[in-house]
Design a protein around this ligand. Structure first.
Ligand code: ADA
Length: 558
């Protein structure tokens, strides 16, 4: 499974994942054995802590112009077809394509070498408070293309009076050696659009923009996550040569005073942070487990998930669109110091994640905000320059969503003029024993009185406490389920009652595996701040969170 809906009917596509491939760990032991793709090699017996390279191989039958789409290889990929290197990619959490022009007919050998080693070449995947797994961890598709194809479609919904309007941008690629003229049709909710004929020069891409009123389109909201498909078809000489279907929701996100408005109503974020992590799957979480996590998360009364600290699998986003769960999606970075950010690969790699994230995830109505650089060096002038460029890049790619960044630079952050919303990660009563209300308001007042963050929506993007599942203590000491439950009760109530706050995200949904290097204050070499443990067993805090979250609505009371 690649998406939860069909994206093509004219274009010939086939999934190469969802079956066994041959796996050869390049650890000199010359073993080859069958493994499922997608999967993380940490789930293979004997490779539970393998940091190295591994080769995945399979065969496919295709001919002509062929596009290989890999949704996620962790964390660096080298792709070979019939023994020839055809492309590379860095970063586990964003999709990439390998294009094969004029491939001869018949069976072909596909080999993907994945590498999860830490090195100077890798500025984002570093030893961290989560695990950088290894493997082909998301889906793989092969497509046979004609002389031209639709690379992507971006649809921006906008309310005009009582009618919804769809702004369309299509990116069409002419992969032939001659200029071609194409007819393009678009269908959204029974509204058929015939775009003016387009002529595209040989071996070039063309952006086509238009807009359409979509009559009787219903609004997408958390309460009513109504979705529509937008079907785009390319015709050459009257024959359909390519198509792409995207799914959209008619909703608008705006900033007004210190609120984030969804369809005109001020949001109250009752959120939770979630890593893609499960002991049985590593980060290659299958559809059924994703769906089960979302059921649990909805049961807790949560209305929004923060994808930490990287772009998520598109199946997860599709399900959030269908279930009406709002998404904060961010580029891949956690806790990078100025020294990390001075790695010569950092800016290129971080910006590439932003580009791939937004181009591929633009149409998801569930995504209401883009985040960057969780807890990076936003207190330094060098860091500020990096933040500035990345915020500007987001604005170039998407002007329809607000931007933010989860900071931990209390009273030292010098980047609060860039984002539309100010966001902080705070841990009163865990990393320090300052009373929550006092700490929260002190920080809030500083933002309002000392910074350009004044008057902007204010979000708490992390708050929480650790608890070892099953550890109970009448003394309510730290790491006990009792302490976590009480602390979360105090933290959630203080933030949800704070007049200036637009809500929060609990750190975090489940306990997760972390890099060995982080073992010191991380019992079990895990981050144990989950509301459920790694096997999704409820801790005492589960019912506390549920009671509080279900006692609030989805919007701030006016
Ligand atoms: C940070 C960080 C999280 C996690 C958390 C914690 O705020 O963003 O990734 O490390 O702290 O558990 O301390």
């Amino acid at each position: 499974m690649i998406r939860t809906f069909q994206t093509n009917s004219v274009r010939k596509t086939a999934e190469l994942s969802g079956k066994l491939w041959d796996f050869t760990p390049l650890d000199g032991k010359d073993k080859m054995f069958p493994v499922p793709v997608p999967s993380a090699w940490e789930t293979y017996p004997g490779y539970e802590a393998y940091r190295g390279e591994g080769k995945y191989s399979t065969t496919f039958t295709a001919e002509g112009n062929v596009r290989l789409l890999l949704k996620g290889v962790s964390h660096t990929a080298k792709v070979f077809v019939d023994g020839t290197m055809r492309g590379t990619h860095y970063n586990a959490y964003t999709p990439f394509e390998i294009f094969l022009k004029g491939l001869s007919g018949g069976e072909h050998l596909l080999e993907v070498i994945a590498d999860n080693r830490f090195s100077e070449e890798s500025s984002l995947h570093i030893p961290n408070d989560y695990m950088s797994y290894g493997g082909i961890t998301r889906g793989v598709v092969i497509e046979e293309l004609n002389c031209a194809y639709i690379k992507w479609i971006h649809i921006t919904p906008e309310k005009k009076g009582k009618t919804w309007k769809a702004g369309l941008t299509l990116c069409i690629s002419n992969i032939s050696d001659e200029d071609i003229s194409l007819d393009v049709t678009v269908t959204i909710n029974k509204t058929d659009l015939k775009l003016p004929d387009v002529t595209i020069k040989a071996n070039t891409e063309s952006l086509i923009q238009t807009e359409a009123a979509v009559s009787d389109a219903e609004e997408w909201s958390m309460e009513h996550p109504k979705l529509y498909t937008a079907e785009v078809t390319l015709f050459k000489d009257g024959a359909a040569i390519d198509d792409l279907t995207e799914r959209i929701g008619f909703r608008e996100v705006k900033i007004e005073n210190n609120s984030i408005l969804l369809n005109g109503k001020a949001l109250l974020i009752k959120g939770i942070c979630r890593h893609e992590d499960h002991p049985a799957f590593g980060c290659a979480i299958p559809f059924s487990q994703i769906a089960s996590d979302l059921q649990t998360i909805k049961d807790m009364g949560v209305n929004s998930i923060r994808c930490v600290h990287y772009p998520n699998d598109e199946i997860f986003l599709d399900l959030c669109d269908e279930l009406g769960i709002l998404i904060w999606e961010e580029n891949h970075a956690r806790g990078l110091t100025e020294e990390h950010m001075r790695n010569p690969n950092f800016e290129k790699q971080a910006e590439e994640v932003i580009r791939e994230m937004i181009i591929n995830h633009y149409n998801h109505p569930s995504i209401y905000i883009w985040g960057i650089l969780n807890e990076c060096a936003s207190e330094t002038p060098y860091g500020r320059e990096c933040y500035k460029k990345q915020y500007e890049l987001i604005r170039q790619l998407d002007s329809s969503r607000p931007r933010s960044s989860a900071s931990c630079k209390f009273k030292t952050d010098i980047c609060l003029d860039f984002p539309e919303a100010v966001s902080y990660n705070i841990y009163p009563k865990w990393y320090h024993d300052t009373p929550v209300r006092e700490y929260l308001d002190d920080l809030y007042q500083w933002v309002q009185t000392e910074t350009p963050g004044k008057g902007k929506p204010f979000l708490i993007t992390e708050v929480g406490a650790g608890a070892i599942y099953g550890y109970r203590s009448p003394a309510k000491v730290k790491w006990s389920e009792e302490y976590q439950a009480d602390t979360l009760g105090e933290q959630l109530t203080a933030i949800l009652e704070h007049p200036g706050a637009s809500g929060l995200y609990i750190w975090q949904f489940s306990d997760v595996r972390i890099s060995e290097e982080w073992f010191l204050n991380r019992p079990r070499t895990m981050n144990n701040k989950g509301i459920v443990d790694e096997y999704r067993r409820h801790k005492l805090s589960y019912e506390i969170v549920k009671k509080i979250y279900t006692s609030y609505g989805n919007y701030k009371e006016s």
